[in-house]
Design a protein around this ligand. Sequence first.
Ligand SMILES: [Cu+2]
Length: 205
Amino acid sequence: MSDLFYVFGIAVVVLALVVTAIGLRAHGFPKSRGAVLAGLTVFTLLVAGTCTYAVVLAREEKEHREHEWAEWREQQAEEQESAEQAAEPEAAADEGGAEEPEGGEAAGGEAETIELTSPEDGSLVFDTDTVEAAAGTITIDYTNPSPVPHNVAIEADGETVAEGDVVTGGDVSSVSVDLEPGTYVFYCSVPGHREAGMEGQLKVK
Ligand SMILES: [Cu+2]
């Protein structure tokens, strides 16, 4: 198509130069009316052809550009898509990583915490004389709201296996120990308190 366009264009220019050259040299040119008509017809056809091909070429060029533009957009979309896909596995990996510690804790055995307290007036008793827990790491958090010093301790088979700090005024005495199923004693190790009644049963199942 573009070749034909150039052929038409060059033909118009060459013919115009030839006709002009003849007209300058030859007097009385054109010699006949028929020659004038023939010349005009040829020029008209050549110019019309050139214009037609110019329009066709412009259209083709436009289509070509649109095609390239469409390809470019398609490529951009694909790149964006692949970038998103690349980001997804990372996000999934982060989620997986966050889940692992939770699973690790669960696999480490059950940890149970028992809350204990005693009367505000300092009476030598706990608020309960029996607590239960599942075997594993058992923690007792004893809160002493009174000004009388107390703590919490755990006894297994007559031996103290855990003993918390002596506390007063709302502070917490805490013990934590691994226990197998069985019956244990929790008590206050401040001298005289256990004997006065500050003890209870810890049943581990
Ligand atoms: Cu006590």
